[in-house]
Design a protein around this ligand. Structure first.
Ligand code: F6P
Length: 527
């Protein structure tokens, strides 16, 4: 691994930043989508883009061509391309932990099989060899589990990145999932979760996957210990057959008593790990061929991000809009609106990806930032959201950009349903933009509310891989513009330390040195 210092310029120190400020003050603030469409018959064509497996209509966003140009200048002046190339060259872009972030390597085809040349950098080529050795072994294991009729239930025990990706993907790819196997995901230390699953399974037909990069996470280790104790108490035999660990801390897994392990590397961040051994539940669910298609879809998006000029680069364009909205319009959140029930954990997945990556208040050097970073990312499958929080999107006091995700072809035989679903997606985006005039009345919808419309031909392993990689790279670019390290998560550590202290205090009742609120709550919980 090479550890060259990065040449990045923080967004607020570029000429483009001041020009964007001036552009916002001069007219950007008043930009009106309805006027823009009326003035330009080509607006849809001009502001839509194709990337592998994803078509993106960006035309209902609050931008015009000069603003887009200034945003592209911003990307260039910040050194986004050099930063991206540094990530793809295996440089230590995770500066606070002095590690590369090479999740893209997990989906890079095996050069030996693909007839391609090895990566030029020896370190990257060596890591790629390890990736493929592990991938082949893991997929062979997944196929064996699929073939074993005796195993009917797969219980994934993991949290954060060791839960959200696999859970989201198994739900999204339901049409490809092997019948005869049930997938359970236990993440919280709340015992209701594990005990509910244990009531449904039998030791002889269950495979527990203990998924934890660190193999120290309190929730996962507590659940894993309880699952193992339950297995033994139920007379379960053969831990090696019924427990498998997915971790970069293989030694800890062995010490825990799990002999079957699949490893990965410290350069895979937890929230970027569904492509690694952490993806085993996905591979068992959809099979090795489909898992390779998932990787191939993501790889196609990696190549698009790496090669496409900035103006045609979809992750870059999405990130530039994020910065335009967050730092100039002052919008504090973005709503993810998937029109496909299979994508019902998509917003949770994107929440970790974006808010854990870019929820930072200092730059890479530790200097406090004078501008806002990650928006709140939230949402629900939007067909339901329409009957719940969409009221606020249309008439609330905050403007919240919406990111629609729609799928052209579906895997069910109820065409009328899909027709209506798509009609709703189009109608909502239209209503947000057009609004409705009822001056002074309660039926007034101001309109001019921005949205992006992402369209997939089909929701299949390749398109899912592509859209997830698109989100990863978009988060990287936004973090790059903001000058932060998107690959660490120090903010989560304090709570973990305090929870250990609280655990002891809850047992002993010792409230010494605690603030009055925590002491009062602790006493009530013990009484
Ligand atoms: O607490 C945050 C976090 O470290 C996430 O970044 C990570 O995805 C999750 O916990 C789980 O960590 P692990 O896979 O090490 O159990």
């Amino acid at each position: 691994m090479t550890a060259k210092p990065m040449t990045r310029t923080r967004c607020d120190r570029t000429p483009a930043w001041s020009e964007l400020r001036a552009c916002y003050e001069a007219g950007g603030r008043q930009f009106d989508l309805r006027t823009a469409f009326a003035a330009d018959a080509q607006r849809f064509e001009q502001f839509s883009q194709s990337a592998p497996h994803v078509f993106a209509d960006l035309s209902k966003n609050l931008i015009d061509a000069p603003t887009q140009q200034l945003l592209l200048d911003l990307a260039r002046q910040c050194g986004v391309e050099a930063h991206r190339d540094a990530m793809f060259a295996g440089e230590a872009v995770n500066s606070t932990e002095q590690r590369p972030a090479m999740h893209y390597l997990l989906r890079t085809p095996n050069p030996a099989l693909a007839g391609q040349t090895q990566p030029a950098i020896k370190y990257v080529a060596d890591e790629l060899r390890k990736v493929h050795a592990t991938l082949d072994a893991m997929l062979a294991y997944a196929q064996a589990v699929r073939a074993e009729e005796g195993i009917t239930d797969i219980v994934n025990i993991g949290i954060g990145g060791s839960d959200l990706g696999p859970q989201m993907a198994v739900l999204a790819l339901d049409a490809f999932v092997a019948r005869g196997k049930t997938f359970h995901f236990v993440s919280s230390v709340d015992g209701h979760e594990l005990s509910k699953v244990l009531r449904q399974v039998r030791p002889e037909s269950t495979l527990f996957l203990v998924a934890s990069k660190s193999f120290t996470t309190l929730e996962t280790m507590t659940n894993a210990r309880s699952a193992k104790a339950w297995f033994e108490a139920q007379g379960g035999q053969d831990i090696a057959r019924h427990f498998c660990a997915l971790t970069s801390n293989v030694a800890a897994a062995r010490e825990f008593g799990i002999a079957t392990t699949f490893g990965f590397w410290d350069w895979v961040g937890g929230r970027y790990s569904m492509w690694s051994a952490i993806g085993l539940p996905i591979a068992i669910a959809i099979g090795s061929e489909c898992f390779r298609e998932l990787l191939a879809g993501a790889h196609a998006m990696d190549e698009h991000f790496r090669m496409a000029p900035l103006a045609q680069n979809l992750p870059v364009q999405l990130a530039l809009l994020d910065v335009w909205y967050r730092n100039f319009h002052g919008f504090g959140s973005r709503s993810v609106a998937p029109y496909h029930s299979g994508l019902r954990r998509m917003q949770a997945y994107q929440q970790q990806l974006e808010m854990e990556s870019n929820g930072k208040r200092v730059d890479e050097r530790g200097e406090a930032l004078p501008y806002a970073t990650s928006p709140v990312v939230w949402g629900e499958p939007a067909a339901n959201g329409q009957h719940a929080y969409f009221q606020m999107l249309h008439q609330g006091s905050d403007v919240i950009p919406v990111e629609f995700i729609a799928v052209k072809k579906v895997a069910h035989a109820l065409p009328e349903h899909h027709h209506k679903l798509l009609a709703n997606a189009l109608a909502q985006a239209q209503a947000l933009m057009l609004g409705q005039a009822d001056p002074g009345g309660h039926r007034h919808l101001p309109g001019n509310r921005p949205s992006t419309f992402l369209l997939l031909d089909e929701l299949n392993p390749s398109s899912l891989g592509a859209i997830i990689a698109l989100q990863e790279h978009r988060v990287f670019v936004a973090g790059s513009l903001w000058g932060i390290n998107s690959f660490d998560q120090w903010g989560v550590e304090l709570g973990k330390v305090l929870a250990r202290d609280m655990e002891t205090r809850l047992s002993s009742g010792n409230t010494e040195g605690l603030d009055a609120s925590t002491a009062g709550l602790l006493a009530r919980l013990r009484s």
